[in-house]
Design a binder for this molecule. Structure first.
Ligand code: HEM
Length: 485
């Protein structure tokens, strides 16, 4: 054989060998090493399976859980919406290691560890790098960025959401948006209404007016495309990525997501052209995605709970009339709505939209009781803590807003990690006051006009689709308090 021939055979063989070693290193050696390292520190979990991790088990458990019926007397949604997590927490303890494909995920629900991670001041924990589809959804918006960029964007967002700006610019827009919704409801009394969709329109209108400076109609195309893109991203989370192949050919979802990303970019640019600032595209998307769905969820579940707990509905209404009479809500009164705050906190505890706070370990880090390897992901699970009977008592699954009568600190025994619907530490929600203000205004204006009861048509099926959503909406029957409502 000539030297040239030998070279022609040897070079591809070497490439193949190197690729094989790299593949086995990433997909076998590294996961097994991490698993061993965590096991030796007392952290157990479902074993790593080659390439797929635990994804097949997760899909199977989710399908199984979704067929089980749910009652409305106990609000125990955790085993239904995150059955794998619920089951593994019970089997392996409050902190366990699982595998999303080849990615190690340390799920944490021990309050001390959650606090240590989320309040870490040494920049040991970063936001996870988005998947290819995820990056199309959130781009370089505030939720995703790190370092200098985050400091800069967060300062601007804090300013946009601070007290005076909220009072002068946002509250009037929220009131006007709720008025538009209530105008639509006229003549619908005593008929069944699907409020989740109603609140989708309302929250989108509010974000359009406050973030885009336009109306819902103008933003409608953008919202529809963002919703479609979110569904693709969620569908992608537990899909196993086959090495090499995913780099060679684009899936149908990826092609569609690229088209959607381009469509959204063009539409948002059209609206904000006057401001000549391309960075705003990602920020507008972020506020819509972070803001709209979460407030939609909070409003929907609060109305459901008030519709089945007439006593709390009556208490809330009394407070609203004492504060505002028949007038529209004003900033000073909104801040003093104590019963309403208690009801919203209890709703956020039982049906809070956040399905876990994700972090990535930058470099290997030494915590008080654990050493964590680089690049492992952490998931601080608020749903687990919010449903923990050790923290909340045996009545943990009951709707009891009176828990919050003396404030959050008293309800949680001064344990910050027992209740964090808006996150914890520096990356906590920048839109919290805006969100709660918007929800209080909408609920006050509804309570001033209507009593509400749950329709017999409603079926209780919460599902996880970025936030926890009612699978078939929330059907409520409204009755006018006054004839001219
Ligand atoms: C009930 C409503 C809401 C809930 C429950 C909620 C929850 C959260 C949570 C848990 C985080 C922390 C995520 C993490 O640490 O990884 C967060 C962050 C964030 N939220 Fe909200 N949110 C709500 C409404 C809003 C609204 C209305 C906006 C804006 C219009 C908003 C904008 C943001 C942004 C930009 C971040 C990222 C902050 C940063 O990384 O510095 N949220 N939210």
């Amino acid at each position: 054989m000539s030297a040239l021939m030998k070279l022609v055979i040897l070079v591809p063989c070497c490439f193949f060998l190197v690729a094989l070693i790299k593949f086995l290193y990433n997909y076998l050696w590294t996961p097994l090493r991490i698993q061993h390292m965590m096991n030796s520190q007392g952290i157990k979990g479902p074993p790593y399976r080659f390439i797929h991790g635990n994804n097949n088990q997760v899909t199977r458990m989710k399908v199984e859980a979704s067929t089980k019926p749910m009652s409305l007397t106990r609000h125990d949604i955790f085993p239904r919406v995150q059955p794998h997590v619920h089951s593994w927490l019970n089997t392996y303890g409050k902190n366990y290691l699982s595998w999303n494909g080849v990615q190690a995920e340390l799920v944490i629900s021990e309050p001390e560890l959650v606090r240590e991670v989320l309040k870490n001041s040494k920049k040991a924990f970063l936001k996870p790098k988005p998947t290819l589809l995820g990056s199309k959804l959130l781009g370089k918006g505030l939720v995703m960025v790190e370092g200098e960029n985050w400091v800069k964007q967060r300062k601007l967002a804090n300013f946009a959401f601070h007290g005076q700006s909220l009072k002068q610019n946002m509250i009037p827009e929220v009131v006007a948006s709720v008025e538009t919704m209530l105008e639509r409801w006229k003549g619908q009394e005593e008929k069944e209404m699907e409020v989740y969709q109603e609140f989708r329109l309302l929250t989108a209108e509010v974000i359009s007016r406050t973030a885009f400076g336009s109306s819902y109609l103008e933003g409608e195309k953008i919202f529809t495309m963002l919703d479609k893109l979110s569904i693709l991203v969620i569908r992608d989370i537990f899909k196993t990525r086959i090495p090499f192949i995913s780099k060679l050919w684009k899936t149908a979802d990826l092609v569609e997501s690229e088209q959607l990303q381009k469509g959204i970019q063009d539409c948002v640019m059209e609206i904000i052209m006057k401001r000549e600032d391309k960075d705003l595209v990602d920020e507008c998307k972020t506020f819509y995605l972070a803001g709209q769905g979460n407030v939609n969820s909070l409003l929907g579940w609060t109305v459901l709970l008030l519709s089945i707990h007439g006593d709390w509905q009556e208490k809330a209404r009394r407070e609203v009339f004492e504060m505002f009479g028949n007038q529209n809500p004003h900033p000073e009164g909104i801040a003093k709505l104590k019963t309403m705050s208690m009801i919203m906190n209890e709703t956020l505890r039982l049906y809070g939209p956040s399905n876990g706070l994700y972090r990535r370990v930058g470099r290997e880090v030494q915590l008080e009781k654990l050493v964590l390897p680089a690049n492992i992901h952490l998931v601080a699970l608020n749903i687990a803590l919010h449903n923990d009977p050790q923290l909340w008592g045996d009545d943990v699954h009951l709707f009891k807003p009176e828990r919050f009568a003396q404030g959050i600190a008293k309800a949680t025994n001064h344990n910050a990690a027992a209740f964090f619907p808006f996150g914890l530490g520096t990356r906590s929600c920048v839109g919290m006051t805006f969100a709660t203000t918007e929800a209080k205004i909408a609920l006050s204006m509804i309570l001033q006009r209507y009593t509400m009861t749950l329709s017999p048509a409603y079926v209780h099926k919460p599902v996880l689709l970025i936030t926890y959503k009612p699978q078939h909406g929330i059907q409520v029957i409204f009755e006018a308090l006054h004839k001219d409502a």
